[in-house]
Write a protein that binds this ligand. Structure first.
Ligand code: ARG
Length: 280
């Protein structure tokens, strides 16, 4: 009996040890994972420095915005990525692309989690207070996309989008624009993280239109099997794209500006645009 009790005791003890060990392990793997990812990153950086004297240049983007950034297999391609590659090359660094949500990328650069954002980011006064912008490299316009079968808007001005359900990408200038009642008085604004979701909803008449940047709109329409179209005419508003860095990171900004200047002079930006339009 004593023996049985002893065995039972040992069993319970082992059990609870295992159980404890289990949770402890789970916790420590989590932290270990994080720190090993960190240290991997550090190792990687150190390695890069040792082997080639280079380092990583980390860019954040949202890769649902062809021709500027889109997924090609599992790599991110596009005009912005070509520009970033040129910047990394000029700096002798390895380019690392992080695909995230648009608003998340704007936040990550402010927090110094990434070095730069290249995501067709429009320069605005408000954003200028939160991050620093490079020279602009693209003049962009904003347009309205409708369902061809059932176009809810016919005027390019959108007639203030009165009583419409309007789709935008969260945190885009289009989102800010339609949210201002001076510009638009929609019935509802639906915010999406990905334009693909918005276009699905537009195809299925769940929303009346999408307000977005013209070239990505053209790509979205081209990929819609003839179901969507852009409302012809003057654009809703115009803007300029630039690359954003953390406030005060003048050194990186200078390097970016030098590359952008050169790319513009060499007509490379147009070349990149041609290479990446109607790709999908
Ligand atoms: N140009 C617009 C803005 O700055 C939209 C940019 C969206 N970019 C993207 N990669 N999803 O707000």
């Amino acid at each position: 009996m004593k023996k049985i009790l002893a065995i039972a005791a040992i069993l319970t003890l082992t059990f609870s040890l295992v159980a404890c060990g289990g949770t402890e392990d789970a916790e420590s793997t989590e932290t270990k994972n994080e720190s090993s990812q960190e240290s991997n990153k550090e190792d990687k950086k150190a390695e890069d420095k040792d082997s080639s004297g280079s380092d990583l240049l980390i860019v954040g983007t949202e890769a649902g915005f062809a021709p500027y950034e889109y997924l090609k297999g599992d790599t991110v391609a596009g005009v912005d990525m070509d520009i970033c590659q040129a910047i990394a090359d000029a700096m002798g660094k390895e380019l690392k692309i992080e695909n995230m949500q648009f608003q998340g990328a704007l936040l990550a650069v402010q927090q110094g989690k990434i070095d730069l954002v290249a995501a067709g980011v429009s320069i605005t006064d408000e954003r200028k207070e939160q991050m620093d912008f490079s020279e602009n490299y693209i003049d962009a316009t904003e347009v309205i996309v409708v369902n061809k079968e059932n176009p809810a808007v016919s005027e390019p001005t959108g007639e203030k989008l009165k009583d419409l359900v309007v789709g935008v990408q969260t945190g885009n200038t289009a989102d800010l624009w339609v949210s201002d009642t001076e510009n638009a008085q929609p019935k509802e604004i639906k915010r999406y993280n990905q334009f693909l979701q918005a276009s699905e909803d537009l195809k299925n008449n769940k929303i009346d239109c999408i307000v977005m940047d013209e070239m990505p709109a053209q790509e979205l329409v081209a990929a819609s099997d003839g179901t969507l179209e852009i409302v012809e005419g003057d654009p809703l508003f115009v803007e300029q794209y630039a690359i954003a860095v953390q406030k005060g990171n003048q050194e990186l900004l200078d390097q970016i500006n030098e590359v952008i200047k050169q790319l513009k002079e060499d007509g490379k930006i147009e070349e990149f645009l041609l290479n990446h339009t109607q790709q999908q």
